[in-house]
Design a binder for this molecule. Structure first.
Ligand code: SF4
Ligand code: SF4
Length: 218
């Protein structure tokens, strides 16, 4: 899922302070699961913003609603019935983008969109994919070097690996993990295969993708 995290309240306040009536719009899909954009988070953020604005002597009004999905036009139509002069989106970047396209008022992001991740237990996700557009997981035993290696290198490890840890000190070396898993899969020889440089134009090619004529498959 898309993993998101709420921005600091002060940062959000500085974005919306010039407006008088701000509508907070949550998203009941990834953002809600990430505990950042569901009903509870919308209500909590409204109270926090009211308190912070009151302390600053501002009179901004806040109201809220939660859409099933901010990234699909069908779900955002009923916002027209609301009274607001700005929207604060508690959705991922795609939600903010679609709301901005649909609304004739400014839309601000209350969240930072971090990565595509897999659950590691309650309220915990690990980055697994950066949507690079050309997947190499078949060669790397399902561990993404673009995402999990601090340098995103396609043929590692680099010289900074130390006892299986990345030189950044915040993670195991992705390339040691790749080697270990290939060994477990009895494919250690695959580690010697050179992964060719990525064609980064693929990513820009996919700035729009319509699969409707392909039955969803290629
Ligand atoms: S190689 Fe690219 S598409 Fe595959 S998991 Fe990594 S970032 Fe995602
Ligand atoms: S130590 Fe490993 S994870 Fe860290 S940058 Fe080098 S190859 Fe990537």
């Amino acid at each position: 899922m898309i993993v998101v995290r709420q921005k600091p309240v002060e940062e959000i306040c500085s974005m919306v302070a010039r407006h008088r009536n701000v509508l907070l719009v949550g998203c009941n899909t990834c953002a809600a699961v990430a505990l950042a954009g569901g009903e509870k988070e919308v209500d909590t953020l409204i109270e926090l913003l009211k308190l912070t604005m009151r302390r600053k002597g501002e009179t901004t009004e806040f109201s809220g609603c939660v859409l099933q999905r901010q990234c699909e036009p069908e779900f955002i139509e009923h916002l027209d019935d609301r009274v607001y002069d700005a929207i604060l989106s508690l959705g991922c970047g795609a939600g903010v983008a679609l709301l901005s396209e649909s609304a004739d008022k400014p839309v601000y992001p209350a969240l930072d969109t971090l990565f595509i991740g897999a659950s590691q237990g309650f309220a915990s996700w690990r980055a697994e994919c950066s949507a690079c557009g050309k997947c190499v997981l078949g060669q790397t035993a399902g561990i993404c070097p673009v995402t999990r290696c601090a340098k995103g290198i396609l043929n590692g490890p680099c010289g900074g690996v130390n006892n299986g840890q990345c030189e950044l000190g915040d993670r195991p070396c992705a390339w040691v993990e790749i080697y270990d898993r290939l060994e477990t899969l009895e494919r250690p020889e695959d580690f010697k295969e050179i992964i060719q440089p990525k064609d980064n134009s693929v990513k820009t090619t996919y700035n729009k993708l319509d699969l409707s004529g392909e039955g969803g498959a290629r």
